[in-house]
Ligand binder design. Structure first.
Ligand code: SF4
Length: 575
């Protein structure tokens, strides 16, 4: 760790930036596989064309850093080359670049430029790309931050690294398109309760980056609740993407959060990551009450290797989650060491057979810094000179596999996404079905609980007779939310039917439209207007996809807009 020789001088000022765009474009600095800055499009609705919801997320670590240092700073998120070079002209003593491995050649270009045009500026590298073993040779720099960046940067600038962390209040999404229509505004925010994961799965870059530890940022239910409250007051949002690898691993925090929400009459909604064992431990009813509307569950492989699925009937658990209105996004790993063509095929079928709303297939990838990388390096299994730009886990294997060639892996991966799409249809329709089922179930369960005299029991964290007291007004609010959420999906259905990939998907969309009619009655004027608009924008989007394919592109790419925010000098205060 270095010390800042300029520390204390008035000109100390840091630019915090991402790698420059364009993204998702093969241009000598990066490879194109879909739109790599879009989680939905690139990783969980790949191959779903016009049905794929499109959304880029802001680069949250940059805002965390800027909020938590006293040195004046500027965040430049998703800059073009021109944005970046112009910004440098405004005068900085330091430039911090956060990047992932696939963007390393962009960062080299940025650093080369700084060295040539602004040799006085110090270059600090961070993010997952910081783990690359030959970073010294590849990218000119002065410092590398390997782990948690806030305390590192505070220490670097001579500040107190143990100061409490201030959580930024911000929207999560740059912009969103559904069937080609841009949504008017972002009604969600993000929460970072903690970093890293203590499970230590051998392939996991997140666990490796934070030394196999979980580092809490919002350690209590109260701190999470206050962050939600602040976001509601400042941004008017009630929905949160919880970026924490396993939020439920600290069940007391989740319970306290629910208790505070109930005491204060606040009905927030969450997208979370959680393993099957953590979900089983707290129970699905608890998650419904907490307001979880979507959950990402890592399945990895049918062969129990990571202690996440042991002894759990995962298929039943997923069905229960969906029946109670929680969309399940699952993920699995292809080309594990035990895979041969037959067992890989069986694992793909197994993952699809889980029937989740959405699924991510990711290739086993020995990312620098992970135990897997170290072992493969020792065993001579890493492919020499494998370009970092291709290290996305979607294109090709970066190691020698006994049963697959590196380039075959790309097509097998693409076909796995295709199989999921053809088996279960568009993910967005699955989410609509789950939302509607959740509303119906919550209503029916509430009536039944009233009939037989059950209530929420804080001691057992279940519904039972001992928990029965006042009318359950909190859950009534939750049911209103589930109704509203289900209704919000209705306008997509005719477009989903029109652009269905096959007869089975078409039949499912038609059945869901009938179900909506049974539950909510005839479509309203607003619904019909939504149908017409989404069919029209969906048709345009379909043509854009066609044009992209004719031009030889894998995916339709929309560049996220650049955002620039200045942060003044001085302590930013406490939460
Ligand atoms: S459980 Fe998930 S986040 Fe934790 S180490 Fe394993 S893969 Fe990584």
């Amino acid at each position: 760790m270095g010390t800042d020789k300029n520390m204390g001088r008035p000109q100390t000022r840091i630019l915090l930036t991402t790698a420059t765009g364009p993204y998702g474009v093969s241009d000598g600095y990066a490879e194109a596989v879909g739109m790599q800055m879009e989680l939905f499009n690139n990783q969980i609705t790949r191959e779903q064309g016009v049905h794929s919801p499109r959304a880029s997320f802001w680069t949250f670590p940059l805002y965390f850093l800027a909020e938590n240092i006293s040195v004046p700073s500027t965040v430049l998120d998703f800059p073009t080359w021109r944005d970046f070079t112009r910004e440098l002209g405004k005068g900085y003593s330091h430039v911090g670049i956060s990047f992932i491995q696939t963007n390393v050649m962009k960062v080299k270009r940025m650093a080369d430029y700084i060295r040539t045009r602004h040799p006085e500026m110090k270059i600090i590298l961070g993010g997952y790309g910081a783990a690359l073993p030959d970073l010294e040779k590849l990218v000119p720099h002065d410092e590398v931050c390997h782990g948690e960046g806030i305390s590192w940067l505070r220490q670097y600038f001579g500040e107190d690294p143990s100061m409490p962390v201030r959580h930024p209040t911000m929207h999560g999404v740059v912009r969103k398109h559904v069937y080609g229509m841009q949504t008017v505004s972002d009604d969600s925010s993000v929460l970072f309760p903690g970093l890293g994961c203590s499970n230590g799965c051998f392939f996991c870059a997140t666990s490796a980056k934070f030394g196999g530890k979980y580092i809490p940022i919002l350690p209590t239910g109260e701190s999470v609740f206050k962050t939600c409250l602040r976001a509601e007051e400042r941004l008017g949002v009630r929905e949160f993407a919880v970026i924490d690898e396993n939020f439920l691993k600290t069940p007391d925090r989740a319970r306290d959060l629910l208790r505070l929400m109930e005491e204060n009459g606040r009905n927030y909604h969450f997208w979370i990551f959680a393993s099957a064992e953590a979900v089983t431990a707290v129970g699905v009813d608890f998650l419904v009450r907490l307001g979880v509307c979507a959950l990402w569950m890592g399945l990895e492989t049918s062969k129990e290797m990571f202690g996440k699925l042991g002894g759990i009937d995962v298929r039943s658990l997923i069905s229960e989650l969906q029946a109670k209105g929680i969309s399940v996004i699952s993920s699995s790993i292809l080309f594990m060491e035990h895979h041969d063509p037959r067992s890989l095929d069986e694992d793909i079928d197994w993952a699809i057979g889980m029937g989740t709303d959405l699924h991510q297939f990711m290739q086993l990838t020995p990312l620098p810094g992970t135990p897997l990388y170290k072992r493969y390096l020792e065993e001579g299994k890493l492919i020499p000179g494998f370009p970092y730009q291709r290290l996305s886990g979607q294109i090709a294997l970066s190691f020698l596999h006994n049963n697959f060639t590196t380039d075959d892996a790309g097509e097998i991966t693409r076909m796995a996404f295709r199989r999921k799409y053809e088996a279960d249809g568009p993910g967005i329709v699955n989410m609509a079905r789950t939302a509607l089922a959740g509303y119906e179930r919550a209503l029916a369960d509430s009536v039944e609980r009233d009939r037989i005299g059950l209530g929420w029991n804080w001691s057992t964290m279940r519904y039972d007779r001992a928990g029965r007291s006042e009318p359950d007004t909190f859950m009534q609010g939750r049911i209103r939310f589930l109704r509203q959420r289900a209704r919000e999906f209705r306008p997509i259905l005719p477009a989903s039917l029109l652009f269905s990939p096959n007869a089975a998907a078409r039949a499912r969309s038609a059945a869901l439209m009938r179900r909506y009619r049974t539950v909510f009655g005839k479509p309203s004027f607003q619904d019909v207007a939504g149908y017409i608009v989404l069919i029209a924008t969906g048709a345009l989007e379909w043509l854009r996809h066609l044009a992209a394919r004719i031009l030889g592109r894998d995916e339709l790419v929309r560049q996220p807009r650049c955002r620039r925010i200045e942060y003044p000098a001085g302590p930013k205060g406490m939460q």
